[in-house]
Ligand binder design. Structure first.
Ligand code: NAD
Length: 499
């Protein structure tokens, strides 16, 4: 029985009325598990109107009360962790421990958002002039929207709505239409935590819904995460309509392996960061850059048996390293990239294209692939593959290794593996990438730092989570006040100064 999903508007499950639906698969079996309604512009308008009506009262609720809703929400996430992780794993394809990590990384941003009353505090200058005080306040933007990708269906929605809501905004979430169930469950948990109806709405849909959000004059800000072409589109159209937008895009994350690196540690790091979640992470390492021929030969020799013995399984298996890809179309796209790499002249050392999962023959599975001798002019190097495919690009020296991530169009994450503090220090200073790991393969900053790439991995200014999120979801008002103490100064026609 295929379940029909819904929107969540004004605190209620709301049946889709556009008549359009998308298929939601369980990638581990290949079956269609649900139909998700794809909203038309009028349904988006309903969600925005509900948000607008609720926002004024919510902004007037004292910040500590708003934070308490988030405290309760964190408790509920812990209570329901197993259920959420199972639904997430089935719809996305990642394993259950990885699904728990997805929820946990969102939960940590909700925990950080509990500190909003402190983070929203303004500044005050007493006696800036005769009888004059100046102070600044941070006020919510109003109604804001989040448009999120398939690969972290719990974490990224929470990165968006948790700080936005505690700051006093009302939120319209447009999650990925490929795995919408967990975002819907999160909205219900927020209601259970005490959120008033209308403050968090979930509208399911595709480009039509996104365009309606981008053009809606009531929406003051948009946070987007997804592929680079769509991020750029959302940024341009949203800002052209006068909205505050930050849009996070795709990636091609390099890991540099210096000749002095602990090779076993580097190989383990590459295997986890390259193939975990079937490579469907914006912080996955997809390019290994060994420095010098001897390092490259040793690295590839150690990688081959590890990639060959990766354990692939259904999302519900207890011991799988990774599960299936998200859809059949995406699986085909990744396979096509491997075919292309061979045509381009790269050496395919491990070929996972024909992997079939016994008992799950219709699932969207693929084995790990490893390319050696990839060069920077190949499309498999330039483009984001987003699958279990690792490319080895051999660099003759450190200068060439540094140049590769610096010249790549993406700049999300990067790592260096070395025992040499001097090399690590030079690398972190000079590399043209937003998030850097030193002997850490996936340097996703914790919730109290900010997350964001450089170059075409990010459009806009402020990052996600950490203090930047509070700045993104608020605007500053500065008040200059005077309480005259009896002196009359008369009209002043020149600009006031503090001479
Ligand atoms: P996607 O760009 O296909 O979709 C993202 C969102 O945009 C979805 O909600 C989708 O419905 C919407 N969308 C899709 N096509 C659209 C169109 N033509 N017009 C308007 N809206 C559209 O991305 P995805 O496949 O869901 O996610 C994977 C991508 O996200 C990868 O490129 C990955 O690197 C990136 N990502 C980036 C970060 C980051 O923080 N930089 C984090 C996670 C994922």
């Amino acid at each position: 029985m295929v379940q029909e999903l819904y929107h969540f508007i004004g605190g209620k499950r709301t049946k889709g009325r556009s008549g359009k639906f998308g298929d939601v698969f369980w990638p581990m079996t290949g079956e269609v598990a649900a139909k998700v309604p794809l909203a038309d512009a009028s349904e988006v308008w309903d969600a925005v109107q509900n948000a607008k009506a609720a926002q004024i009262g919510w902004a007037a609720t004292n910040p500590q009360r708003r934070a308490r809703v988030m405290m309760k929400f964190v408790d509920l996430l812990n209570r329901d962790m197993e259920t959420l992780a199972l639904v997430l794993a089935k719809e996305h394809g990642k394993t259950i421990p990885d699904a728990k990590g997805d929820i946990q990384r969102g939960l940590e941003v909700a925990e950080f958002a509990i500190g909003a009353p402190h983070l929203m505090k303004g500044e005050y200058t007493e006696g800036a002039g005769p009888g004059i005080d100046i102070y600044s306040l941070r006020q919510p933007l109003g109604v804001v929207a989040g448009i999120t990708p398939f690969n972290f269906p719990a974490m990224i929605p929470m990165w968006k709505f948790a700080p936005a809501i505690v700051c006093g905004n009302a939120f319209v979430l447009k999650p990925s239409e490929r795995d919408p169930s967990v975002p819907l469950m999160l909205a219900e948990l927020m209601m259970e935590a005490g959120l008033p109806p209308g403050i968090l709405n979930v509208i399911n849909g595709d480009k039509t819904a996104v365009d309606a959000l981008l053009d809606d004059p009531e929406i003051a800000g948009i946070g987007f995460v997804g592929s680079t072409p769509i991020a750029e589109y959302v940024y341009k159209r949203g800002t052209a309509n006068g909205k505050r937008v930050h849009a996070f895009g795709g990636a091609k994350n390099h890991m540099i392996i210096m000749p002095d690196a602990d090779m076993d540690q580097a190989v383990d790091a590459l295997i986890g960061a390259g193939y975990g979640s079937a490579g469907e992470r914006c912080m996955a390492v997809s390019v290994a850059v060994p420095v010098g021929q001897a390092t490259a030969d040793a690295l590839v020799a150690k990688l081959i048996p590890k990639v060959e013995s990766l354990k692939i399984g259904p999302s519900t298996s207890n011991d799988a390293d990774f599960g299936p890809l998200v859809t059949k179309a995406h699986l085909q796209k990744v396979r096509d990239y491997v075919d292309l790499g061979i045509k381009e002249g790269a050496k395919l050392k491990v070929d996972g294209r024909s992997f079939k999962m016994q008992g799950y023959e219709n699932g969207f599975y693929m084995g790990g692939c490893l390319f050696d001798n990839v060069t920077s002019d190949m499309r498999i190097y330039k483009e984001e593959i987003f699958g279990p495919v690792l490319s080895v690009v051999r660099a003759k020296d450190y200068a060439e290794a540094l140049r590769l991530p610096n010249e790549h169009e993406y700049g999300n994450g990067v790592a260096i593996f070395t025992r040499d503090g001097d090399a690590a220090r030079d690398f972190t200073a000079k590399v043209n990438v937003g998030m850097v790991g030193v002997n850490v393969p996936i340097p996703v900053p914790l919730a109290y730092y900010t997350f964001g790439g450089w170059k075409r991995s990010m459009f806009g200014d402020l990052n996600q989570h950490g203090p930047d999120a509070m700045r993104f979801y608020t605007r500053t008002k500065t008040v200059t006040s005077r309480w005259p103490s009896g002196t009359k100064e008369g009209a002043e026609f020149s600009i006031p100064t503090m001479k």
